[in-house]
Design a protein around this ligand. Structure first.
Ligand SMILES: O=C(O)CCC(=O)C(=O)O
Length: 273
């Protein structure tokens, strides 16, 4: 597994800490563990902001996304909440993502993902990219940032190394434990890597890397913020999606503009704050 060895208690991992070995491991496995992508103090501040958003936007989580049974999902919060905007545009996160991907990126969307205490539901194994209306995106990836400690019992992520090379699979039901494996039986025999995270730590995963998250069996809500990037040249292919639905785009349109800033534009916006 690709794990950076920054001191998780006092130091933030910067793009300069991302070695060529880490990048090679990410490219091989489809995921990387990056301790301290934000500081503990930032994690505490963004945790409070995310909990506030969830309280204010409760109805949004009922909108009926694929995630609904396993967790509450709040999409594109960076457009509406100043603190979450700061997190989504965090220059450290975008710069590490671009180093791992090795290509220019732009934002697809962000999402706050909350698993209620004792929710009794895993987010079952799936790949992300089959849900998205994207063509020409070879290196899409998500930064899954823990805003409080997320041990296995609170709903951390597990990955199947190398599964991002399976580019032929369709979307699966992520509340069905057999969903992905019925489509691709050989994947069930592959080793899985489970990555508990401390507050402020992050896993990056390629959007074709099969992953799941355990149920939350603790008394605290599990709060994660996910920043999702796509290749800068990604083209809309017409598939229905929550984010592109209101935009009335024609298939073939490059996903660019205000809603989909490039990583460089994100860093400039963060610097201009
Ligand atoms: O947080 C979870 O439970 C699942 C997250 C996930 O599937 C993702 O970020 O792609």
């Amino acid at each position: 597994m690709s794990t950076l060895h920054a001191d998780t208690f006092s130091r933030v991992t910067t793009p300069d800490d991302v070695s060529s070995e880490t990048i090679a491991n990410y490219q091989r496995d489809g995921f990387a563990h990056v301790p301290g992508i934000i500081s503990k103090a930032e994690a505490a501040r963004f945790h409070a902001a995310a909990v506030g958003v969830a309280g204010r936007m409760k109805a949004r989580a009922e909108e009926g996304t694929a995630y609904r049974k396993a967790l509450a999902q709040f999409v594109n919060v960076w457009r509406e909440d100043e603190a979450i905007r700061e997190l989504t545009l965090h220059p450290n996160v975008a710069a590490v993502a671009e180093k791992l991907a090795g290509v220019p990126l732009r934002l697809w969307h962000d999402q706050i993902l909350i698993k209620d205490p004792h929710n009794n539901a895993a987010t079952e194994f799936h790949q992300d990219q089959p849900y998205w209306p994207h063509d020409h995106s070879l290196q899409p990836l998500s930064a899954w940032i823990a805003l409080l400690d997320v041990p296995v019992e609170r709903g951390c992520m597990s990955f199947i190394p190398g599964s991002h090379r399976r580019t032929d699979l369709q979307a699966t039901d992520l509340t069905n434990a057999r969903g992905l494996f019925d489509k691709c039986p050989e994947l069930q025999w592959e080793p899985r890597v489970t990555v508990p995270l401390r507050a402020g730590d992050c896993t990056f995963h390629h959007a074709r890397c099969a992953h799941m998250a355990t149920p939350n069996n603790t008394d605290e809500p599990r709060v994660a913020h996910v920043v999702i990037y796509m290749d800068a040249a990604t083209i809309f292919n017409g598939k229905p999606h929550l984010v592109t639905g209101p935009l009335s785009l024609q298939p073939g349109h490059v996903l660019e503009g205000e809603l989909f800033p490039s990583a460089a534009e994100m860093m400039n916006m963060a610097a201009a704050r």
